[in-house]
Write a protein that binds this ligand. Structure first.
Ligand code: FAD
Length: 311
């Protein structure tokens, strides 16, 4: 950063909370495919709340081992059909041949879906070492290459500010990201993290590695601290001790927990914004309130014309 940029960031951080945000940010939202009718209703209520914020895309995850293949497809296809928000489908390489994965991608193309979040995925047994399917794509970079051969999809991939647990070190991890970009991805969405410095250091390292693609921070508003702790352990995200202290004693106080959660996520986004970040991807867990509130604080306002066509 130049002296001017540092000075600008300092001024932004010292300004009254959120006084300096201009709404000049792009947001996207991630959902998971619902398992029941009740969950389906929650998802579509959330979608109806978040859609008027004009996300540049919403994405739908793909369960381990393709376990949500039909549900992911149904959800993405419904978004494409019933809303005017670009829908992105997550797709993994786990336990499937190239032909099977290609067939899923073809179904998306036929349904009008033009954006894939291409991932390797994790082994179905938690803690097991990843082994590629003998006839499958070896990793996310190979999947990106395969998708590119099929159609001119827009392709996003995953990246890891705190290093993927399977990477020996940060340099190996960055090499892998570079391979994914060189194969044709245009954007990387980050694993969630809780310290803005972690993201800024990573952004610098990515630039130093010669990768000029968009690196979008993945923001996880913490509504269930114990669950986030478990997830963080598996994916190598550091959970600062002070965060644990902030959630202690709130197990039976959902309202207070929600306020603490929103405060932490908003503060993280404010610091990222002060450091020049203009794109945010929210892990919504299919709930709208926290993501909506944080977007609102960042100056993003509803525009009725982007509301759900079917709402
Ligand atoms: P890759 O980029 O292929 O790499 C994974 C690791 O393997 C890296 O450490 C890399 O360095 C190493 N590696 C890769 N290729 C090689 C090689 N040739 N030699 C040596 N090392 C290599 N999971 C799901 O199941 N469904 C989802 O919908 C989903 N969505 C996600 C969305 C985001 C934004 C993120 C950040 C993660 C998501 N995940 C999802 C989790 C993801 O599948 C796991 O993190 C998985 O362990 C790695 O996937 P990847 O695409 O990053 O893998």
């Amino acid at each position: 950063l130049s002296i001017n940029q540092l000075e600008e960031a300092r001024r932004a951080l010292e300004a009254p909370l959120f006084a300096d945000v201009a709404g000049d940010v792009d947001v996207s939202f991630e959902f998971f495919p619902p398992k029941s009718e009740a969950m389906e209703k929650t998802l579509w209520d959330s979608m109806a709340t978040l859609a008027p914020l004009g996300p540049r895309f919403v994405s739908v995850t793909y369960g381990a081992g393709g376990s949500t293949r039909e549900r992911t497809h149904a959800t993405v296809a419904r978004i494409a059909r019933e809303t005017n928000i670009p829908a992105a489908a997550h797709l993994t390489c786990v336990e499937a041949t190239k032909a099977e994965i290609d067939a899923v991608a073809e179904e998306y193309w036929a349904a009008g879906v033009r954006h894939i979040v291409a991932l390797r995925g994790d082994p179905p047994t938690v803690g097991a070492r990843y082994a590629a399917h003998p006839g499958g794509y070896e990793n996310a970079a190979a999947l990106v290459e395969g998708l590119r051969r099929l159609h001119p999809f827009e392709i996003s991939v995953a990246c890891y500010p705190e290093c993927h647990p399977d990477s020996g070190d940060a340099a190996i991890d960055l090499d892998n990201l570079k391979r994914k970009m060189d194969a044709g991805a245009t954007r990387a969405i980050s694993q969630f993290f809780f310290s803005p410095d972690v993201f800024f250091r990573y952004r610098d390292a990515v630039a130093a590695a010669g990768i000029d693609a968009e690196i979008v921070p993945g923001i996880m508003p913490v509504s269930n601290f114990a669950a986030v702790q478990r997830m963080s352990k598996m994916c190598g995200t550091d959970v600062p001790a002070w965060m644990g202290r902030l959630f202690t004693g709130l197990d039976d106080l959902p309202g207070a927990r929600q306020l603490v959660s929103a405060t932490l996520a908003a503060e993280l986004c404010r610091k990222l914004y002060a450091g020049g970040v203009k794109q945010f991807h929210f892990y919504t867990l299919n709930r709208a309130e926290l993501s909506f509130a944080i977007c609102h604080l960042l100056g993003v306002r509803a525009t009725p014309e982007v509301a759900l066509a079917a709402a």
